[in-house]
Design a protein around this ligand. Structure first.
Ligand code: COI
Length: 351
């Protein structure tokens, strides 16, 4: 791997707002002349791209990305959580957008090298980590709508605290009836930039109404809970954990599948099935909606204190952090940071 040294290092930030600060170095690799250029892939100073205004990603959004985290403890040990899963998912996203797939092991190893280079940037306070953002963009300079013949892959790093501005306090979700995020056969279960672009209008409107995020319903029947966009969603109804099953329009979250595996291994009943908004509303009304929580790399495990639907507000449980939500948070973050044993083999200790 080539390494280009920077002459002056950045000042470290004093706050860890999500995704606002970036480290000294980045990884970059190009695709041209029919192949990924592994030979010239490099770790180099973090800097802007210079791209022609006609560059295809600006116009047609051929772009995919991933999100994972590195955790450092007081002893200086650094761990990654299931990084090959992110590499494989990014390759699947590439396939869906006609972006050439890449050698997942090569990019994994480059990511590890980049994180090792930037290990001093990884915060150690509880709830903090180094967010890792790999992405690929199409870079043909042309306005025809077709798959590009040139791409840039990059990995950037950002020291972060909680994703939500109010930290681990329960969030409020707005169940969106009008706009749709994804449909079967579309790109909803891939991590492509366009999914997020399509979600912003509804998120803005939800925020104006006083909610933190949108809870999406399915596009075909406008009836079933799907996901939040920045996280997958779990409900605890009458003591049982249920989560919408994957069906082509929901992102197969790595934290989602880890939560399911963890809870099952610890003896909880977890159902992956259709969850209708009517079922959740009834449970809220008859007092059996114990908890709702979201899972995601950025969001980790986020308690949901209430939701709005058809102009009415519903409280989840007592509106506070629930028992199972806290359990999943403590167990997963314990495994991720090395405080708890990793019986599942999910963690890669890189330093
Ligand atoms: C992540 O959780 O890593 C994501 O990519 C979600 C993003 C919207 C912050």
């Amino acid at each position: 791997m080539k390494f280009i040294k920077r002459t002056q290092l950045k000042e470290r930030p004093s706050d860890l707002q999500f995704g606002k600060h970036f480290t000294d170095y980045m990884f970059m690799m190009k695709y041209h002349d029919g192949g990924w250029d592994y030979e010239n892939a490099c770790i180099k100073p973090y800097e802007p791209f210079v791209l022609d205004p006609s560059t295809s990603v600006f116009h047609y959004g051929q772009a995919v990305f991933e999100g994972l985290k590195a955790y450092r403890n007081e002893k200086g040990e650094v761990r990654l959580f299931r990084p090959m899963d992110n590499m494989n998912r990014m390759n699947e996203s590439c396939w869906r957008l006609c972006i050439p797939q890449f050698d997942a092991k090569f990019v994994h190893d480059a990511l590890v090298e980049l994180v090792k280079t930037e290990k001093d940037w990884i915060p150690t306070a509880p709830g903090t980590s180094l967010y890792i953002r790999p992405f690929v963009i199409a870079t043909d300079e042309a306005l025809g709508v077709h798959s590009s013949r040139n791409y840039i892959m990059a990995i950037i790093l950002s020291p972060v605290g909680a994703y939500y501005a109010h930290g681990f306090d329960p969030v409020r979700l707005y169940v969106e009836e009008h706009y749709k995020r994804a449909c079967k056969g579309g790109t909803g279960h891939h991590k492509v930039a366009g999914n997020y672009a399509a979600s912003i209008l509804a998120a803005d409107e939800a925020e104006k109404r006083g909610y933190d995020q949108t809870l999406w319903l399915d596009a075909a029947e406008n009836k079933y809970m799907e996901e939040v966009g920045s996280m997958n969603i779990f409900f605890v109804i009458n003591g049982k954990v249920v989560t919408p099953m994957l069906g082509g329009s929901i992102l197969p979250g790595i934290t989602r599948k880890s939560t399911i595996a963890l809870l099952k291994a610890r003896g909880y009943d977890v159902e992956e099935r259709l969850v209708s908004v009517d079922e959740v509303v009834s449970a809220a009304e008859n007092g059996t909606l114990n908890e709702i929580f979201g899972t995601g790399t950025a969001a980790v495990v986020s308690p949901v204190g209430g939701f709005g639907y058809k102009g009415k507000d519903y409280t989840v449980g007592d509106g506070k952090l629930g028992k199972i939500t806290k359990y999943v948070y403590d167990e997963l973050t314990g495994i991720q940071t090395g405080v708890k044993p990793d019986e599942f083999g999910w963690v890669e200790e890189i330093i």
